[in-house]
Write a protein that binds this ligand. Structure first.
Ligand code: XMP
Length: 476
């Protein structure tokens, strides 16, 4: 039997080329996540419960990538997570939170706390603007039995816009009048939207943010192939999710094809990513099943033990190359998922044909990942847990999401501690900086050029040793 050689990132290097780029800033990292969704940076955070909740998804979309929400929660919580991302930022809030003027101040206070915002528009039964209730108004409303109308800023003192108010006009109004909210009204003074100074600030502060056609941040969410996945998908789509990831450990399976067919029927318009796979055949069959992107990686992840437990898998560089050469023919993007430990690995994954990469462990220790910061000695940590780890099954069981008896669980992932790393923005800055440098070394102005320009060489363990800092004691 002939046994072919398969390689991973650390087995290869990219041959440098003469470069026409005079600075990293000439490298454009715009790429594709799926057939219809573009990203401004080629980075996606993994749908793991220690990596992507709504905080991470908001941060990632702002920075130019996307977060895929994990599914280890109830359907209602999952849909609410999507809504949180969608509400986090928009050019125009289409359906702003409102309250009637005769409600009590306590009711208003409870309402703002429950929806997690700082102020409300005040409207009558006919949706006509009556005033604004702001953070400041609450501070000075001292307890008693006052109603909203007593403490709001009334209609006659408000500055408003209309359906034609542009971004630049709104910016000017905020600067001139030092206000925080600009309600938009029609000719009969009915509320048709709201622009906030925070939204304008975010748009300016995050120029690479990936937004949908309403100016809201884009977000993905994972579904499985068993149980409530159809209902979950429908609720996520209703909440506004842009892309669903059908995520199972062995994506080249009848269960996957069945799920793709069913989901196409019930949520036909949402982008569908399928994975994980590691071969050309699986990629071809999923492309023919009509998915919008393929997620590649069986066992390369930091917390994965699939290869040890099952003996199955494929070193990641070869897996990505095999998948990408087929997916390209169908015009379907490839996401290289797992095993990215350094920015050089991102360049290698894209050089192998991927359009973007999914990363888990790298982001598990950040401020935005779910979970608490733990201290051990003088060091800080967070938890990074495999989706197929025993602890994950245990947690799912506690929440009624796991049907299996725990004795039957054969874990394919581990639970681990990862160093606390601060804001995700810092890590993204390092990763994207490295990617841009790699683009410069390969004379690539765009991701498409990078996919074409890369020439790999294999290296020995001596080459690998030479590639990191060596024979010195690194200080930083
Ligand atoms: P990194 O290396 O970025 O990998 O941490 C993240 C990816 O790992 C996969 N994943 C698992 N694979 N057992 C596995 O074999 C698991 O328990 C597990 N949990 C996550 C997943 O594809 C993720 O995106």
């Amino acid at each position: 039997m002939h046994i072919p050689l398969a390689l991973t990132y650390d087995d290869v290097l990219i041959v440098p080329r003469r470069s026409t780029l005079s600075s990293r800033s000439e490298a454009n990292t715009k790429t594709r996540l799926s057939r219809k969704i573009n990203l401004n940076i080629p980075i996606v955070t993994a749908n793991m419960d220690t990596v992507t909740g709504s905080d991470m998804a908001i941060a990632m979309a702002r920075l130019g990538g996307i977060g895929i929400l994990h599914r280890f929660m109830s359907i209602e919580e999952n849909a609410e997570e999507v809504r949180r991302v969608k509400r986090a930022q928009s050019m125009i809030v289409q359906d702003p939170y409102k309250i009637a003027p005769d409600k009590t101040v306590d009711e208003a206070r409870d309402y703002v706390a429950s929806v997690g915002i700082t102020g409300l528009l005040v409207s009558n039964d006919d949706n006509k603007l009556q005033g604004i209730l702001s953070r400041r108004d609450f501070i000075f409303a001292n307890g008693e039995d006052k109603i909203v109308a007593d403490i709001m800023t009334p209609r006659e003192k408000l500055i408003t816009g209309n359906a034609h108010t542009t971004f630049d006009e709104a910016k000017k109004i905020f600067a001139e009048h030092k206000i925080e909210k600009l309600p938009l009204v029609d000719v009969e003074d009915r509320i048709i939207g709201l622009i906030t100074s925070d939204d304008i600030k975010n748009i300016i502060e995050y120029p690479l943010a990936n937004r949908d056609e309403n100016g809201q941040l884009i977000v993905g969410a994972a579904v499985g192939v068993h149980g409530d996945y159809i209902e979950r998908a429908q609720e996520l789509v209703k909440a506004g999710v842009d892309v669903l990831v059908i995520d199972i450990a062995h994506g080249h399976s009848d269960l996957m094809f069945n799920a793709v067919e069913k989901l196409r029927e019930v949520v036909p318009d949402v982008q569908l990513i399928a994975g994980n796979v590691a071969t050309a055949t699986a990629t071809k069959e999923l492309c023919e099943a009509g998915v919008d992107a393929i997620k590649v990686g069986v066992g390369p992840g930091t917390i994965c033990i699939t290869r040890l437990v099952t003996g199955c898998g494929m070193p990641q560089l070869t897996a990505v190359m095999e998948a990408a050469k087929v997916a390209k023919r169908y015009g379907v993007p490839v996401i290289a998922d797992g095993g990215i430990g350094k920015s050089g690995d991102i360049i290698k994954a894209i050089g192998a044909g991927a359009d973007c990469v999914m990363m888990g462990g790298m982001f598990a220790g950040t401020d935005e990942s779910p979970g608490i910061v733990m201290t051990k000695g003088d060091k800080k940590f967070k938890v990074c847990r495999g989706s197929a780890s025993f602890t994950q099954s245990h947690t799912r069981k506690r929440h009624g999401l796991e049907k299996k008896n725990l004795k039957e669980v054969v874990p394919e992932g581990v639970e681990s501690l990862v160093p606390y790393k601060g804001p995700v923005e810092d890590i993204i800055g390092q990763m994207v900086g490295g990617v841009k440098s790699g683009m410069s070394y390969t004379n690539s102005h765009t991701i498409a050029e990078l996919q074409n320009n890369v020439e790999f060489v294999r290296m020995t363990s001596s080459g690998s040793r030479e590639s990191g800092s060596h024979d010195v004691q690194a200080i930083t």
